[in-house]
Design a protein around this ligand. Structure first.
Ligand SMILES: C[S@@+](CC[C@H](N)C(=O)[O-])C[C@H]1O[C@@H](n2cnc3c(N)ncnc32)[C@H](O)[C@@H]1O
Length: 279
């Protein structure tokens, strides 16, 4: 079989099984099989694929047909123009989180700050920030020891190990008061809504990264309370929140004497991030 035939074979099968982005997924899985980039395989559509690689491709395809997210099959995800290793212990970085990262970079450009990333997962937020904010240093904290291992690998891959520390513990156990910026994309899905998430998410992504308790706000509240203690005066708390959580989150922030500086909308025009100043 040639490259274009096998891509078609894979995409048809994925389409029949209602997998969205079936063409792209088929191309990515073939690129992974051949250890090439997607672009490289697409400029050689007539190249012949040997039997062994066809079988490898079919195995990857089976995983995708079982709804495993492509990022976990590939073992990586692009975030803010950088590749991050991911596995089933880390949330797959999302585009809405890039909006938060981009905004923070614009605000702090050229400045030297100390950053804490609460619930760092793959480390995508803190590492993207430190890549651009070159004078700054940061700490990522996560309760999952496996996620912290991945975050450390990503720090190494992006040559940031000298400016970042990763701690495997709950953020509730952090007492140092030194941060200019606290950023967090905490778990914020309401308990009862987890069953309504797509199969890709609910069967494969870590529950610890999703479950925000009864009203989805358990972790958000705790992050706000903790930030009050460990954020410098005039420092910024930058939070990603769930769709329709902004009103409740704003109330909690104001009650805790934060001043709302900015809210950010996602690509569907929903408010998904809030930046607040510690007054
Ligand atoms: C929504 S994920 C965000 C991952 C990553 N920051 C991102 O944006 O892709 C939330 C993360 O918070 C971590 N987490 C949950 N409870 C925590 C706690 N009490 N202390 C520290 N991390 C926690 C989870 O393990 C998970 O990695």
């Amino acid at each position: 079989m040639k490259v274009f035939e096998i891509i078609k074979f894979g995409s048809n099968l994925l389409k029949e099984n209602k997998i969205p982005a079936h063409i792209l997924d088929s191309e990515l899985l073939l690129a992974k099989t051949l250890d090439k980039t997607r672009e490289e395989i697409l400029i050689n559509l007539n190249e012949k694929i040997n039997e062994k690689n066809i079988n490898v491709f079919k195995d990857l395809l089976k995983r995708r047909l079982n709804n495993e997210p492509v990022a976990y099959i590939l073992g990586e995800k692009e975030f803010y123009s950088k590749r991050f290793e991911v596995d089933k212990t880390t949330l797959i970085p999302r585009p809405e989180t890039e909006i938060l990262v981009e905004t923070i970079i614009k605000i702090y450009k050229e400045r030297k700050i100390t950053i804490l990333d609460i619930g760092t997962g793959s480390g995508c937020i803190i590492l993207s920030l430190l890549s651009s904010l070159k004078k700054s240093i940061g700490t990522g904290v996560d309760i999952s020891k496996y996620a912290i291992q991945i975050a450390k690998k990503n720090a190494q891959n992006h040559n940031l190990f000298n400016r970042v520390k990763f701690l495997n513990k709950s953020f509730e156990g952090i007492f140092s008061k030194k941060f200019d910026l606290i950023v967090s994309n905490p778990p914020y899905v309401e308990n009862k809504d987890i069953k309504n998430l797509s199969d890709d998410i609910k069967r494969f992504e870590p529950r610890l990264a999703l479950d925000g308790g009864k009203d989805g706000l358990d972790l958000i509240k705790k992050v706000i309370y903790k930030s009050k203690e460990i954020l410098k005066y005039d420092g910024t708390l930058a939070l990603e929140i769930g769709n329709e959580q902004i009103q409740k989150v704003s109330k909690i922030l104001i009650k805790k004497n934060f001043r709302i500086k900015k809210v950010l909308k996602d690509y569907k025009n929903n408010v998904r991030c809030v930046l607040a100043i510690n007054n």
